[in-house]
Design a protein around this ligand. Structure first.
Ligand code: ATP
Length: 238
């Protein structure tokens, strides 16, 4: 079995409101997968459902072949399904170091916390420099790095990121995406990324999915989707 994540026929929503319908996708080991779509297409809902914050109404989610569909988020996280929420959601009045420590909240991560902290601060030297600074005083790019670093403290097998480019200047977006590429190479992680920044996300990803109104419209290699006339017209303004 080669996939770390398999999502099969998943439906989910809020109260009476159906948002996702028949979502099927997979993430291979050490693969970066992007799910791209417009505002309101259901990208955040998809990550919330996979991570167990929202209950799937139909379908299955498997991590490493294990059925995690009905697991609450903290149990799914302990198995390696870790999400970086939109905007990072750091605690602004806590230091960088304290935010990172909070990432190591399940028992396996806590046991290994000092070691992981050292690895993470080596990966992100800027955070080592800023370790005593309040997270609320970080720049947008540093905040996103800190949010990714905090997620690494939870020992993810699959890292899921909700719009890491949101609100960042284009040059910083490039840096964040470059960092993600390096992370996959150095740590052997798998990444599921959801983005409105279709160009950057599909350039980074080996494969991608286009989501529209809660349905997967297209899927394929990142480069092929970038060359797809419909994708170019709808999302790249070409
Ligand atoms: P964005 O880029 O704006 O985050 P998205 O693709 O992530 O968009 P979702 O946030 O998943 O989209 O939203 C999908 C649909 O679900 C939208 O119609 C939204 O209004 C609705 N929705 C999202 N969160 C809730 C909620 N907590 N309660 C009810 N409806 C919600």
């Amino acid at each position: 079995m080669n996939s770390i994540l398999e999502v099969e026929g998943v439906a989910a929503g809020y109260g009476e409101l159906p948002v996702l319908e028949g979502i099927t996708l997979e993430v291979g080991r050490k693969e970066i997968i992007s799910v791209v779509g417009a505002n309101g297409a259901g990208k955040t809902t998809l990550l919330l459902t996979i991570s167990g914050h929202l209950r799937a109404r139909h379908g299955k989610v498997r991590l490493n072949g294990n059925d995690v569909t009905a697991l609450p988020a903290h149990e799914a996280a302990a198995m390696g399904l870790v999400m970086v929420p939109e905007g990072g959601r750091l605690f602004p009045f806590m230091t960088v170091m304290e935010n990172l420590q909070l990432g190591a909240y399940h028992s396996a991560a806590r046991t290994r916390m000092d070691q992981t902290m050292e690895e993470v601060l080596t990966l992100f030297p800027i955070l080592a420099d800023r370790r005593e600074q309040l997270a609320g005083r970080l720049s947008g790019g540093e905040r996103q790095m800190c949010a990714v670093a905090r997620a690494l403290m939870a020992l993810p097998k699959l890292l899921m990121l909700d719009e890491p480019s949101l609100g960042l200047a284009p040059i910083i977006v490039d840096k964040v995406f470059e960092m993600l590429g390096k992370l996959v190479e150095s740590k052997g992680l798998s990444v599921l990324l959801v983005e409105q920044n279709v160009g950057n996300a599909l350039r980074l990803a080996k494969r991608g999915y286009v989501i529209e109104q809660g349905h997967i419209l297209k899927s394929g290699r990142g480069q092929d989707l970038l060359n797809d006339p419909d994708v170019q017209r709808s999302y790249l303004g070409l």
